[in-house]
Design a protein around this ligand. Structure first.
Ligand code: NAX
Length: 328
């Protein structure tokens, strides 16, 4: 999509993922070298000082395309007239916290932000990164007049992780791996679908003869990669998460190359038998004008169906938890 100017809100802009996101948004790499960028940087009040520091660094990058930055703790101001919302800010999962605690702790952030998105531009698109991303996106969508199809929960990092694993195993370049779908939740139940992935146009299952790996370590490595990075780095993925969120924007802004697809959690319309109304990751194709379709007709083996059923069950339970609290 060609624009002269784009206005992007980034929540949690002083956080780790925000720090890795902002320079690339302003560099021209995401929206093109002819598109001016205005940034709305939202933080909680105690983090505004840190945000000032990030903004100083952004100024010191002297990006020619960056026309304006608004630093605020007011969500209405942050979302007024925006074309893209990157909802990154959320409370982190503390020690001993259950996933349900995280859901209920972060839920109210996304009711308020969903509501404030009513002030956005008519073409606004939303990518939710803050965890639990799928259900946070569901909460935001349910609390907003913006059409449901504009909300996505990020599973692009999982897609990128899966592509990287397949490329390494097959000994090919990253760009040789295509058609990598993630089904379901951004969580340990997600299903990275190698059965429909291609390597240089050939099914991954033909190129990689180690099918035990494809159904075993490949899946668990992708599912557990976030935890593995925390163990190694002492902090959760930030550079790769920022990169994935930006990849998502590029994929939504441009027509998907022929025959390929990308993944994001979007509102289920019942495709693949998934309960309607969940934010569920599917293979998608974008038309380059702000719309996408869920790719239909992929072959799903009995084993894959069990994986999809498990991640669907988790998302249904998350939905029921937030519904019981009146968040949707
Ligand atoms: P940080 O803790 O470094 O930064 C989060 C920032 O959000 C903080 O600066 C905080 O002040 C701000 N914040 C909190 N509540 C806010 C609110 N109501 N409005 C605006 N800002 C608010 O975390 P970071 O490493 O940047 O991660 C951010 C989120 O991404 C976390 O929820 C994390 O779990 C999630 N992730 C999602 C991934 C995905 O693939 N979907 C992968 C990476 C990451 O784990």
């Amino acid at each position: 999509m060609k624009r002269n100017k784009v206005v992007v809100a980034v929540t949690g802009a002083a956080g780790n993922i925000g720090y890795a996101t902002l320079p690339r948004l302003a560099s021209g790499e995401i929206f093109g070298k002819d598109t001016e960028v205005e940034l709305r940087l939202l933080e909680i009040t105690p983090a505004l000082g840190a945000l000032e520091g990030v903004a100083m660094e952004m100024n010191d990058c002297a990006f020619p395309l960056l026309t304006k930055m608004v630093l605020t703790d007011n969500v209405e101001e942050a979302f007024d007239g925006i074309n893209w919302a990157m909802l990154i800010g959320a409370k982190p999962r503390g020690k001993g916290m259950l996933r349900s605690d995280l859901l209920l702790g972060n839920g109210p952030i996304f009711t308020g932000q969903g509501n404030a998105l009513n002030k956005a531009a008519d073409d606004v698109q939303v990518i939710v990164v803050g965890n639990p991303a799928n259900t946070n996106a569901l909460i935001a969508a349910n609390n907003s007049d913006v059409p449901n199809s504009r909300f996505a929960g990020m599973t692009r990092l999982d897609q990128n992780r899966a592509i990287s694993q397949l490329a390494e195993k097959a000994g090919v370049a990253i760009s040789d791996v295509t058609n990598m779908a993630i089904f379901g939740n951004h969580s340990k139940t997600m299903y990275p679908d190698a059965e429909n992935a291609l390597i240089n146009g050939t099914p991954a299952y033909e190129v990689i003869s180690d099918h035990e790996w494809l159904r075993g370590d490949f899946v668990t490595t992708v599912q557990n990669r976030g935890a593995e990075i925390i163990n190694a780095r002492g902090q959760s993925s930030a550079m790769s998460a920022a990169n994935a969120a930006l990849d998502h924007i590029v994929s939504m802004e441009n027509a998907t190359p022929d025959g390929d697809w990308f993944s994001a959690g979007v509102m289920s319309d019942g495709s693949y038998g998934v309960a309607e109304g969940l934010i569920f990751s599917f293979p998608l194709r974008a038309d380059g004008n702000g719309s996408y379709e869920i790719v239909q007709g992929l072959e799903i083996s009995d084993w894959a169906q069990q994986m999809i059923d498990a991640t669907e069950a988790e998302l249904i339970s998350e939905r029921d938890t937030v519904a019981a609290e009146g968040l949707i």
